[in-house]
Design a protein around this ligand. Sequence first.
Ligand code: FES
Length: 162
Amino acid sequence: MKKTQEIQTGTLTEARRAFLKKSGAFAVMSVFGVGFFTGCSDDTEPGTPSAPVGDSIQFSNGILTIDLSQASQLSNAGGWVLVTQARVLVANIGSNQFTALTSVCTHSGCDRNWSFSNNVFVCSCHNSRFNPDGSVINGPAARPLQSFPITRDGNILTIQVS
Ligand code: FES
C-alpha cells in the first residue's frame, strides 16, 4: 500500500490573511471577553473633574500641592479631582478632611476612569468600588488603592506621592 503525504504550500491572498486576522481576534475575545480589550482607556471618564497642573495645582519631585483657595473643585464636601499627571485622586470627604489615593486601579491598572459620589470611588473599567481610605467595597479589585499622606497649611494641601 502506498502512503501519500500531501503538503500544501503557497502564499495567502490579502483577503484570506485579513479573514484569519479577524477570526483570530474573535477567538481571543471569546476567551478573554470583550472587556479585556475595552476596559481601560486613555480617555478620562466624561464628567471627571480632571485637574491639569497649573496655577492651583503643582506636581514636582513626587510632591503634589494644591491651593484650595483656587481649586474650586475641592471647596465643598463631595468635590474631587483627578490629577492625571500625578495619577492621584483627591477628594473633599467633609468636615474639612481630604483624601488622596492613587488613581491606578489595583484590578487591572485603569488610571482615569473614575467617579466619586456618596464617598465612594468607582473605577468604571470593571466597576470596582473603594472607600475614601482606599479600602475595597467590592471587586473585582481585591487590593486597596494606595493612600498618600496629606498635610494642610492654611489653604495649601501637600500630598506626598510615592
Ligand atoms: S481596572 Fe478593573 S475595576 Fe478598575
